[in-house]
Design a protein around this ligand. Sequence first.
Ligand code: ZN
Length: 229
Amino acid sequence: MANLQDDSRIAHVRSLRVARLTGRFAPRSLRPRSSQWSVPRAPYPMVLRVARPRVTRIMAFEGMLEDPVVQKYLHELVGPKGMPVAAAPPDGEVTDEELAERLDLELNDVRRALFILYENDLATYRRVRDEDSGWLTYLWTFHYENVPANLHDEMDRLREALEERREYEMNNEFYLCEVDSIRFEFDEAMDFGFECPECGSPLEAMGNDEMVEAIDERLDALESELGIV
Ligand SMILES: [Zn+2]
């Protein structure tokens, strides 16, 4: 246990533990790292309504935007400042300046939201050069017909993350310091002589059945929503 005398090593281990505690250990964190969006629990609409084109409509994809799941998804993508842009896709092409004026927003916030939508296949642009001034105008079109496919992909990623996590839980034994609420894998606990490197308390074997059950419940819900039953 010579290593336990090494303060810097302990500090390093501690930072790893803290990361683990707020990451893998915390059940709330069951979300894919690639996404900032967590899929809400069931019920979850599998088929999202897509508004049919109407001649007199003011806003495109109106029906879809009533869906709270879609709203939450867009909000997670563009954030509160971009939400007015994301929540009111105009019919046809529009410039960033028109949007800023219409929605009474800062041009930069509009551009940021548009770019995020573009990165997520939810908007495209066309560049037009003014012959006199040489000025470039960007004409944007919203493509919310891709929203259902994006949501499906997000759920797929979450399912993979959950399955990976389940593997990890099933393939490891865990030990807990009840004083610090730090969880250790078996090998780590053994390295520390089954004593907490923080406070010296004995590390106790810890079951994870509840966590596996919670993961299974979420997986069941996701898979039925994805139609994988
Ligand atoms: Zn401890």
